[in-house]
Design a protein around this ligand. Sequence first.
Ligand code: PLP
Length: 386
Amino acid sequence: MALDDAALKKFGFIPREPKDAINIDPLQTGGKLTEEARRALLEWGDGYSVCDFCGGVLDLIKKPPIEELVHSALPEFLNTDAVRLTHGARESKFAVMHSIAKEGDYMVLDKVAHYSSFVAAQRARLNVVTVPHSESPEYRTDAEGYATVIEEVINKTGRPPALAQVTYPDGSYGNLADVKRISDICHSYDVPLMVNGAYSVGRMPIDAKALGADFIVGSGHKSMASSGPIGILGVREEYADTVFAKSPTHPAKEVELLGCTVRGAPVMTMIASFPHVVQRTRNWDNEVADARWFSSRMADLGIVQKGERPHNHDLMFFEAPVFYEISQKAKKGRYFLYRELKERNIHGIKSGLTKYFKLSTYQVGRDNLKYVADSFEEIIEKHRTA
Ligand SMILES: Cc1ncc(COP(=O)(O)O)c(C=O)c1O
């Protein structure tokens, strides 16, 4: 059946409603573009725009300065040896899993790992064993749990797992695990460690070597003010030849990257935002102070922050019995909170959630956070007196 004109009318330019809202969705706060990146997006939006300047290896393009970003600025920013651009954190993780481990090997994940870590391991055909967390209220990953799980794999298979990973911070509670202790444990068994920094690289200072990370993963669209899809992967020197192995038939092309990765606007938005991103990581203490301030305002309203307390990251998980109670009586039921927030131009708590939700205070600013906290208070008052 041919597409008729009426069907085509659905397509074309579509405005994005929450674009100008105060957005507290953890997925969104660190990926908001800078003005420079917005301009870059238009300038470099055509298909393979950066390939006009390519001599065969994308990350060696000199002008625009992709080579300098990839081979000098990013390794220095993260204190790692070799960096490449990927299409996202999950693609970075998959590249490491697929090159470092063989089909049927075991790998260790923390129980709080993002689904994309599990899926990447499945795509690489690995067996996954998980390190438990401490359950409610803190959901902390116990560093010593890595030793226990590695021992279990050795007992079962006669050799250590091929790889371990820790999520820093995890995407549910925003907990920052003791990565240094975890890397020491993993290395004592000769297990390399990958740090998933999707929520840290580009938000807070990261020193891969100080953490003992053999692989460090970042997400440009999540935490580096970049237009996705774009991720980064940092690798310690001893693993670089394995992860970035060249194709036997096309020796300029790296197999795990399928030859080339970001071929246009995403990398140019990352470049455009990079000065701002570096600077904002230096302001991390203020971000943590904002998160703690917000958490304590929530506590005053009977909304309890789970995860580490005092908290050390902008991503926070809350339990809000007060909103749950309101939802039982409200006309709009469990959708009342979403509607009330939308009326106040606040976006990011998923529609239908009341009892548990997560949010991020990153780069929202104290004035806007105060407005959000005041709005929560106002909504509670309004429904209490209704
Ligand atoms: C902890 C964590 N890691 C990785 C990802 C996925 O990042 P990407 O979209 O860059 O693959 C997410 C997405 O929410 C996440 O929460």
